[in-house]
Ligand binder design. Structure first.
Ligand SMILES: [Zn+2]
Length: 399
């Protein structure tokens, strides 16, 4: 328990639980490789231009350069040269350890061979690491391992149970593969079996699951296990049809799953974060964050963070960086979130006299308490003991 003599919790110092991120790459990156990591575009900037000329590029030069021992606004070339001198491992350690993120919830389904695995992330960041598994990836693994259509449903159920011994939740990229305007109902088992048979018969395309009946089956398997289910929402790379990624398209799915015990985590949500805030208010099992957009809106991220505090109850807002690859994105995700939260709370205090102890309470909710409750991570007061990764055994009720 906190005792009253301790200084008040502030956004600048509160430990953060990053409920959705991926691993870093520690490779020594050349300019092209680094620029590819600081945009959601799949292509190089047009000839004669650079991805550094963006909110995230300016934020890196402003806020990350000093962590590497450079002056703020060092040029992109100086920054990358310094990055190579220090080496990818040292750069990652410096940038990650300065975030104040005590817990990283890592989703391992995207290009896992190019980034640190969860144990390596725990070491690089000196933090606790937890895992979330991607539903579509599990199904794809089974099929590429030669699982026959007739045994798919049973094999998937077994594999999911096995992975949930360790993972604290699942993620779906239905937004990418089928759009969020899918039929929300649980599919009939005969239809699932027929769809799997078609998928497997498709041969070379079997590596990529984009069948709506099968993806709905995976989602309902997760619902049956009362999982925390993360959904990609909104902004993402060029593979996404953004107009099919509004969380409002999940409204009927949310009605159907409300009594199930599952929790639905709407990830990043930009530019639909106001819609997400509405859903978080009306559905008791819905949570959301504005990660990813924070990095990519840089100097404008304060406004987005403030907007996430409009309709959403304070017990439904989560923190994430949604960082992948570049350690800079974890660093900025935390730094800009802390700044935006502090400024939003200052405005509320100025307008409506929010007392300091209430600002501190809301800060803790959003920084880590909401996530610990939503993911059923156990005793809240154990959070301060972040030194020993083994003390996460208290999440025995995490399913
Ligand atoms: Zn992500």
């Amino acid at each position: 328990m906190r005792v009253s003599t301790e200084p008040a919790v502030t956004p600048a110092t509160v430990p953060l639980l990053d409920h959705h991120c991926h691993g870093v790459t520690t490779g020594d990156l050349d300019r092209g490789a680094f620029e590819a990591l600081i945009t959601e575009s799949d292509w190089d900037a047009p000839a004669g231009t650079t991805h550094f000329d963006s909110q995230v590029g300016f934020a890196i030069r402003r806020h990350c350069a000093p962590v590497l021992g450079l002056a703020p606004f060092a040029s992109a070339e100086e920054y990358l040269q310094r990055r190579r001198e220090l080496g990818g491992i040292e750069v990652s350690r410096r940038l990650l350890r300065a975030t104040g993120i005590s817990d990283y919830v890592i989703e391992t389904g995207h290009k896992a061979d190019e980034i640190l695995d969860p144990a390596q992330m725990a070491d690089a960041a000196q933090a606790r690491v937890l895992e979330v598994v991607r539903l579509e990836r599990l199904a794809e693994e089974l099929v590429s391992d030669g699982c026959p259509a007739s045994g798919f449903r049973e094999a998937f159920a077994t594999l999911l149970d096995e992975r949930l011994q360790h993972a604290i939740g699942v993620k779906s990229i239905a937004a990418y593969r089928i759009g969020l305007d899918f039929d929300p109902a649980r599919p009939a088992t005969d239809d699932v079996d027929a769809a799997v048979a078609r998928w497997i018969a498709g041969g070379a395309d079997a590596a990529r699951l984009d069948d709506p009946v099968i993806i709905r089956h995976l989602l309902w398997e997760a619902v049956d296990r009362e999982c925390a289910i993360q959904f990609h929402i909104g902004y993402g790379d060029s593979d996404v049809d953004l107009h099919r990624c509004s969380p409002l398209l999940l409204t009927e799915f949310l009605r159907l799953t409300r009594p199930s015990g599952a929790r639905v985590m709407l990830l990043h949500c930009y530019p639909f974060h106001r819609e997400a805030g509405y859903l978080a208010q009306v559905f008791p099992h819905v949570y959301f964050d504005v990660g990813l957009a924070i990095n990519y809106t840089g100097s404008r991220s304060d406004e987005i963070i403030a907007e996430s505090f409009e309709l959403a109850p304070f017990h439904k807002i989560l923190f994430s960086s949604d960082a992948w690859g570049a350690a800079e994105l974890y660093h900025l995700g935390a730094l800009l979130f802390r700044r935006g939260l502090a400024r939003a709370l200052d405005v509320f205090a100025e307008r409506d006299d929010w007392p300091e102890h209430e600002r501190a309470r809301v800060t803790e909710l959003v920084a880590w308490r909401n996530a610990r409750r939503a993911y059923r991570l156990g005793d809240l007061d154990a959070h301060d003991a972040v030194d020993d990764p083994d003390d996460f055994d208290d999440r025995s009720d995490s399913r």
